[in-house]
Design a binder for this molecule. Structure first.
Ligand code: TRP
Ligand code: ZN
Length: 476
């Protein structure tokens, strides 16, 4: 499911680039068709990336994924993964060739529809040539069988991302790039889809994914878990975390199905925090509008190599027992980042600034320090501090998308907005944002326009200063 066109291209730079990419091949193909049918056919390949300036090969052009059905088997002892991915997609142009993102692993077969398809590997691209060209608008189904020992990617900021083996299984988190380390797909948040993820692991281990657990079955010493993520999800938010876990299941007063899986080594420390999950979700629902998914929960792993938590959809993964602030943060991402997705990694402050501000609000409303105090303490930092190194809405490259300005200064910008428009309008903006873009996408330009529309104020200078300009603003 890709967003409608106008929504996708909030930024003029991308508009130009995408417009060229979309228009030129058609024109060229038409010209070439007269001269040489073979050359025209070659021009009908899907692009190897969606045009993200920070991750140029992320995602692919030419199609839009509707659904992933992944059937995986993992053996933590040998670290071997067997996979079958059935990807249902719609061609958004005529396609004689298209790519899926997949890094490492060995592909043993590809079919498109009922026909075997030719394929080759080219870095992170799995290049597929179907037997028959796909007409624009046509829905098609690609089946990829693969196997091997998945390994994480190292991101530009040095962090590990993707399938990260642990001593009892694997910690699986894919932001921003790692989904391609364990399944072939359109690895960019612009293309969201529903997922069915079926995982088989040795009996005694638990395999946890997104959404609702449909069933669980043990036979011949192996247990199969069937998970369904019905609401659209970006690939980076998929998980398939495996380990020895204690499992807890219940339904909240709002009817949300909770499934928590906790590494016994983290259980004592995690328990008092996890107990608060329903009240955190209820509090956030009051502030941000209805919780966007039918399922919730947490995976608390013991994964010292990882060093971060991730807001995997419906069920965040934590590399250790989280503190309450982290639980509030990952939960807030379910609205901001998961339900409302990015169209470009450059806009990452729409995820991290919002989730950080949720932590400030939680503290303020639960006997902790006020958001104003958090703002003032940050503003007191000297001009040379990393906090002011770049503008939150312009991290510059993929190495800085998780840096301090994105989180802390992004939250400061929201606090400035709140004090400028007042609480009633500010919280209406947050709720309208979550409602209008639910299960979809949002851009920075759309957010600032919404804030201006609902407040009736010209907020140009405020946003320019607080999200668009590097350096410490002269006035708090
Ligand atoms: N999005 C995560 C959060 O804020 C953080 C995250 C994901 C991260 N991958 C990372 C942070 C890599 C640092 C490095 O909840
Ligand atoms: Zn975050």
């Amino acid at each position: 499911m890709t967003l409608p066109r106008q929504q996708a291209f909030g930024r003029p730079a991308v508009l130009r680039r995408e417009a060229v990419a979309a228009v030129v091949p058609v024109a060229v193909a038409a010209l070439l068709a007269a001269a040489s049918p073979a050359a025209a056919a070659a021009a009908a390949g899907g692009a190897p990336g969606v045009g993200d300036p920070y991750f140029t090969l992320a995602g692919n052009g030419g199609y839009d994924v509707r659904h992933y059905a992944l059937t995986l088997g993992y053996d933590p002892g040998s670290r071997h993964l067997d996979g079958k991915a059935v990807v249902t997609a719609r061609a958004t142009q005529r396609l004689t060739r298209f790519d899926l993102d997949l890094k490492g692993l060995k592909v043993t077969g590809v079919t498109v529809g009922h026909d075997k398809a030719a394929f080759r590997r080219d870095g992170q691209e799995l290049v597929i040539t179907p037997k028959h060209a796909l007409r624009e608008g046509r829905e098609f189904r690609v089946t990829v069988t693969y196997a091997g020992k998945p390994a994480p990617v190292t991101d530009p900021d040095g962090s590990l991302d993707g399938w990260i083996p642990t001593d009892d299984g694997a910690f699986v988190a894919g932001e921003p790039q790692g989904a391609m380390t364990w399944f072939p797909g359109n690895n960019h948040p612009k293309d969201k889809a529903s997922y069915d993820i079926t995982l088989t692991v040795p009996e005694g281990r638990t395999a946890v994914s997104n959404g609702v657990l449909l069933g669980r079955r043990t036979a011949h010493g192996r247990t199969t878990f069937r998970w369904r993520q019905a609401e659209p999800m970006a690939a980076y938010l998929a998980t398939a975390t495996v380990g020895t876990f204690e499992v807890e299941r219940y339904r909240t007063a709002d009817g949300i199905e909770v499934y928590n899986a906790v590494d016994p080594r983290e259980a004592a420390e995690a328990a008092p925090v996890l107990k608060k999950l329903p009240s955190v979700l209820a509090w956030e629902s009051k502030l941000f509008g209805p919780y966007p998914f039918r399922a919730a929960g947490a995976v608390v792993d013991h994964a010292p190599r990882v060093g971060y938590a991730l807001e995997t959809q419906t069920r965040p993964v934590y590399d250790r027992a989280p503190d309450l602030g982290t639980l509030v943060h990952e939960s807030a991402h379910q609205w901001f980042g998961d339900s409302v997705s990015l169209t470009s990694w450059k806009d990452i402050w729409l995820n991290e600034g919002f989730a950080t501000y949720a932590e400030w609000l939680y503290a303020e409303q639960h006997g902790g320090e006020s958001a104003q105090k958090a703002f003032d303490d940050l503003y007191a930092r000297p001009a040379a501090d990393d906090l002011w190194a770049f503008a939150p809405a312009d991290p510059g490259d993929g190495a800085h998308i998780f840096a301090t300005p994105v989180y802390a200064r992004g939250a400061m910008a929201l606090h400035k907005l709140r004090t400028a428009v007042g609480d009633p309008v500010f919280f209406r903006v947050l709720r309208t944002w979550a409602a209008d873009h639910r299960d979809g996408h949002g851009t920075t330009a759309q957010f600032t326009r919404l804030a201006e529309r609902l407040s009736g104020k010209d907020l140009d200078a405020l946003f320019r200063t607080w999200i668009g300009t590097a350096g410490k603003p002269q006035r708090p």
